[in-house]
Design a protein around this ligand. Structure first.
Ligand SMILES: [Zn+2]
Length: 96
C-alpha cells in the first residue's frame, strides 16, 4: 500500500481543483437561476425584503400586492418594486 506523499495535504491536487471548479459552477448556476427567475435571495450580500404593504412599483407604476414585490430604500424612503424585472405592460394588466 503506497504511503501518502504528504500527510498534511494528502488530498490530491486535482480533487481540490475539481471541487473548486464545481463550487464555481454551482455559484454561476445559482446566479443564472436567480437572474432568470427573479429570485435574488441568497444571490448576494443584499437580500431584498418583501413589501409588507401594497404599493405602486416605483419603476413602472403598477400596483403590487403586499408580499408580491420587494422594497428598496431610495432617498431615505422605502419604495416598492417588482421582484426581478417589471412585467411588460404591467400598467395595463393591472386591472384584470
Ligand atoms: Zn414594476
Amino acid at each position: 500500500m503506497p504511503k501518502p506523499w504528504n500527510t498534511r495535504g494528502w488530498e490530491p491536487d486535482w480533487r481540490k481543483r475539481r471541487a473548486q471548479e464545481q463550487a464555481a459552477m454551482a455559484e454561476i448556476e445559482r446566479q443564472e437561476r436567480a437572474r432568470r427567475y427573479g429570485n435574488p435571495w441568497r444571490s448576494g450580500p443584499r437580500t431584498p425584503k418583501a413589501n409588507k404593504y401594497p404599493g405602486d412599483c416605483h419603476k413602472c407604476g403598477a400596483r403590487i400586492e403586499a408580499g408580491a414585490g420587494i422594497i428598496t430604500k431610495i432617498d431615505d424612503q422605502w419604495r416598492v418594486a417588482h421582484r426581478g424585472e417589471c412585467p411588460e405592460n404591467s400598467g395595463k394588466i393591472n386591472s384584470k
